[in-house]
Design a protein around this ligand. Structure first.
Ligand code: FAD
Length: 276
């Protein structure tokens, strides 16, 4: 297998590792749990709740992602005639260092390149994992916490919940329907919201939930991750109507309605007057 880090790889690029699919499990009708294994995972760690990796995936018809011949500046150069792979952002859901096994949960959501890839992927297929990066070190001085996530962000929310101190936590998950409900440790009292099959409704139930809340007194922190437009509406509401400050908020657009390959660093910082 060619090195996933060829000549000229910029030193600040996150490490790239070959892995192969050990198992593909149906967590819910729409959520596929991938168990990825490989010696390259030696030393992998999930740095903080909500960190992400890039899955580097082959285009349709290819069995594994092509590796660049070299990098020029930050631009990957591939052999002539080779179709470059594509990258998508996912949460490293769990890592088992004994088995060198990384778990990632991918949603089947309709017509997306990664969503289509997983429909035909099979055990033994090889892909590249880049990262991890990012994540949120959960402040421990909150009097209360708000955690609201749609189905793309449930793996990250699980990690956030595991780091909360023993303080009141308001927790909501938005999924398509009842069949998508799944066990989430530390969230026995979570509210499950159902948006139905229409993707255009994404984030609306979460937005309505947050607006309906009576927030506890004291200093709170909110971690919100969902569709980018809904995230902006919720962020604006928490700042403008509830008086929360950007320092109390982590708001993340995990995907954007009608827009493929939404960038992984969308925190809603662009909202006027509210630098993140
Ligand atoms: C930090 C971070 C962590 C993430 N972790 C996870 C994770 O653990 N599991 C996970 O499943 N996703 C996760 N995502 C979201 C995932 O990266 C996006 O859903 C991505 O767009 C999927 O790629 P795709 O190739 O299937 O679709 P794309 O090619 O990117 O998009 C194609 C079309 O599908 C739409 N679309 C994309 N995602 C959805 C969706 N969920 N529901 C409905 N329509 C959609 C787009 O609006 C677009 O119109 C994460 C995103 C970020 C930024």
């Amino acid at each position: 297998m060619p090195s996933p880090q060829p000549a000229g790889t910029p030193p600040n690029m996150p490490p790239r590792r070959w892995v192969s699919i050990h198992a593909i499990e149906q967590a819910t009708p729409r959520a596929i749990r991938l168990r990825l294994r490989g010696d390259d995972l030696e030393g992998f760690e999930i740095p903080a709740p909500g960190a992400h990796v890039k899955l580097i995936l082959p285009p349709p018809g290819e069995v594994r992602p092509a590796v660049p011949l070299r990098y020029e500046e930050r631009r990957a150069v591939f052999e002539d005639g080779v179709t470059p792979p594509f990258l998508r952002t996912y949460t490293p859901s769990r890592f088992n260092p004994e088995l060198l096994e990384l778990e990632v949960e991918l949603l089947l959501h309709g017509d997306g390149r990664a969503s289509n890839w997983i429909r035909t992927a099979k055990p033994g297929d090889e892909i590249i994992v880049a990262g991890p990066r990012g994540g949120w070190t959960v402040p421990q001085d909150g009097d209360w916490y708000l955690v609201a996530a749609d189905d793309t962000a449930i793996p990250a929310a699980r990690q956030v919940l595991a780091e909360l101190p023993a303080k009141p936590a308001l927790v909501a998950f938005e999924v398509v329907d009842e069949a998508e409900r799944r066990p989430v440790e530390g969230a026995a009292t979570a509210t499950w919201l159902f948006r139905g099959q229409d993707a255009a409704k994404a984030g609306k139930p979460l937005d309505a939930f947050v607006r309906s809340l009576e927030l506890p007194p004291g200093r709170g922190y909110a971690w919100i991750a969902c569709e980018a437009g809904a995230m902006r509406r919720i962020r604006r509401h928490l700042i403008e109507d509830r008086g929360m400050t950007p320092e109390q908020l982590v708001t993340r657009g995990y995907w954007k309605l009608g827009s493929p390959d939404h960038p992984d660093g969308d925190y809603g910082q662009d909202l006027p007057g509210h630098p993140g």
